[in-house]
Ligand binder design. Structure first.
Ligand SMILES: NC(=O)c1ccc[n+]([C@@H]2O[C@H](COP(=O)([O-])OP(=O)(O)OC[C@H]3O[C@@H](n4cnc5c(N)ncnc54)[C@H](O)[C@@H]3O)[C@@H](O)[C@H]2O)c1
Length: 256
């Protein structure tokens, strides 16, 4: 029997990248999985792929920057599956700007990365309480802890995620809800691929480049499934005594 047998999981931003890999890994472990993503085309494609592999999966179009959209999603999940046990707050936008970011750019990234994470949690937690507990994983980053050039906007949101995780863990422990963050280093998803392709690098060259894969101790960029497996650990009973943690998964990038 899978480690998530009988559980119902929501993954925001589950249509692509780390979120998509997480949906597949959760499904392989027996969970019913909800892909809550704003991108309907990619969300439906991921739904088809996981269903073809035998998964119990639904795509529910959701904009985490819109509270009414979140409320509709949570209602739809409860109507269909009756409960919610697991939430992965993974959706994010990559507004990579320095100190000259505009007010609009700040609102764009704060609304999705920070307020989106808070509001999805707000509407899912009452359902977890009814289920007797649950597990939430937020996606932080090494950017939660370090400075990177011209990343003021993004790194501010990821630092917020890191301490929101501790605060939520404190407040929700009495409800038997564990809250942790996974903080990846560089992962081969669409943003990393785009930034490298713009510089004429393919995956092999990006793995070797001193500012990308070469900056990690393992000398390569991570695959999304390597982050997904860490998220699986944190939502499963294998981590039953872990809460309030920011688990760095960076191939040793920040170790030195
Ligand atoms: N890729 C990396 O190197 C890396 C490193 C550290 C942390 N992270 C974090 O991991 C998470 C996933 O990153 P990724 O690279 O897989 O991203 P991605 O861009 O590949 O996928 C993000 C998904 O979120 C969805 N999304 C965006 N805005 C949304 C909204 N308002 N509502 C609902 N869905 C929305 C997108 O449609 C997309 O499917 C993010 O939180 C990111 O900050 C990524």
């Amino acid at each position: 029997m899978g480690r998530l047998h009988g559980k119902v999981a929501i993954v925001t931003g589950g249509a692509a990248g780390i979120g998509q890999a997480t949906c597949q890994v959760f499904s392989d472990e027996g969970a019913a999985v909800v892909i809550a993503d704003v991108n309907a085309k990619a969300g439906k494609a991921t739904e088809r792929e996981i269903a073809a592999a035998g998964g119990n999966v639904r795509f529910v179009k959701t904009d985490v920057a819109d509270e009414a959209s979140i409320q509709r999603m949570v209602k739809a999940v409860v109507r269909e599956f009756g409960r919610i046990d697991i939430l992965v707050n993974n959706a994010a936008v990559f507004v990579l700007r320095g100190i000259d970011a505009t007010v609009e750019e700040w609102h764009q990234i704060l609304d999705v990365n920070v307020i989106g994470t808070a509001l999805v949690s707000k509407h899912v937690v009452p359902e977890m309480r009814k289920a007797g507990g649950g597990a939430i994983v937020n996606l932080g980053s090494i950017s939660s802890f370090i400075a990177q050039p011209q990343f003021v906007t993004y790194n501010a949101t990821k630092a917020a995620i890191s301490n929101m995780t501790r605060c939520m863990a404190l407040d929700l422990a009495p409800d038997n809800i564990r809250v942790n963050a996974v903080c990846p280093g560089t992962v081969w998803t669409q943003i990393v691929e785009k930034l490298n392709r713009e510089q004429g690098r393919d995956r092999a060259a990006a793995d070797k480049h001193p500012e990308w894969g070469g900056a990690s101790l393992l000398k390569r960029i991570a695959d999304p499934v390597e982050i997904a497996r860490t998220i699986l650990f944190l939502v499963s009973d294998d981590s039953s005594y872990v809460t309030g943690a920011n688990l760095i998964v960076d191939g040793g990038y920040t170790a030195v």
